[in-house]
Design a protein around this ligand. Sequence first.
Ligand code: URP
Ligand code: ZN
Ligand code: ZN
Length: 478
Amino acid sequence: MSQPAFDLVVRNALIATASDTYAADIGIRDGRIVQLGASLAPGAREIDAEGRVVTPGGVDAHCHLDQPMEPPARMADDFDSGTRAAACGGTTTVIPFAAQEKGQSLRAAVDDYHRRANGRAHVDYAFHLIVSDPTPQVLNEELPALIAEGYTSFKIYMTYDDLKLDDGQMLDVFDVARKHGAMAMVHAENADCIEWLTKKLEAAGRTAPRFHAHSRPMLVEREATQRAIALAELVDVPILIVHVSGREAVEQIRWARSHGLNVFAETCPQYLFLSAEDLGLDNSYMGARCVCSPPPRDKRNQEIIWRGLADGLFTIFSSDHAPFNFDSPEGKKPGGEEVTFRHIPNGIPGIETRMPLLYSEGVLGGRITLNRFVELTSTNPAKAYGLHPRKGTIAVGSDADLVIWDERTLTLKNTQLHHNVDYTPYEGMTLKAWPAVTLAQGEVVWDEQGFHPRQGRGRFLACGLPTLVPRKSQEESL
Ligand code: URP
Ligand code: ZN
Ligand code: ZN
């Protein structure tokens, strides 16, 4: 008997890519898509999508997994639990950060991060770098060598004492990005303003979690965004501003685009679905769950972020999954104590909920098209970090990373999620969709039977250079 033509056929799919929506079967062999078309020959295995939407697997291009922390803080998710949660929520590629400590060589940070990831991931992964100590050795030798090896993006911080760079250091790092065609990502918040405000709040006894948002108002983000844009303009390099939270930073990015600058922008679920009120209206410590930076803003700012997602201002929608348990001495209660907002680890979980939240409220809520959803969650992050077309699309030759969507109503409960975090900030939300099946490299990782683990399925991906072309938002093209 002849061998089946395919290892797996996904039949009757309504395929959605960033540019098209059409009905076809998907033929998969050796973990790749090998044929698209009607009435494909039988496969060794078949899944009937029953006319449901099938998108490329998500690429979560901003998440933190097992990132070394200053004790007692410790991330709740490592490459095992983090990629498990990612897969169950429709994400099949993750790009967390190999973070350089000040005084440490960047190469040592990368080697350490490989040890943490190796053999543990259930879906493919690449690394961004975090450059916190741009010594001449780092700038002239380590970074160029690492870029050539497939670490083609690096994040720099304008805040956090242990990570922040000054303007001169930012210029130096941008210059390396320009010379080698890499992508520089910027956390834009003004450190001195935050410190000044934090001291004032502390002196007034205003130290509950909700005051975290008071210590980082929008102008702090606006000023740093504007400065990062100016520094990038001086060097003549594209940059990507990460986790944009509201109007004032958005205005700076629109200004940059309207002046022809290559400034890309990322936003995250917390700026659509949370507000400063989630940090608490009183002095309750429960608000610590939603402490992240920049902080969530208000309903009007949520609308501004939605508009930027719809009109093309934003390039990427990431989770910024930064997993800390709430009720833990390693998490939001350092050493077991309820601490002042300055000492609460920043970040919230969201790797599993990113895709379902945007599909539910964005696509099914009528705010963005299905194709734009694919572009924001998969295609653009793959292009920005040199993984396209292997990742981020449904095409012959691409990896068979797919999500079959189930459009049904469900109530989100942390007990149903697969991360190692003891809460979700979205507890109780009604969603309109969840992945029915997630395929990673043609293997079922998630379906109605649950999660199908295979640690080591996830491979390290060396990234190419970014292939992103800036797209004018509607307002800019008027
Ligand atoms: O609060 C946040 N966003 N924590 C994660 C680290 C970062 O800056 O992205
Ligand atoms: Zn950041
Ligand atoms: Zn982050």
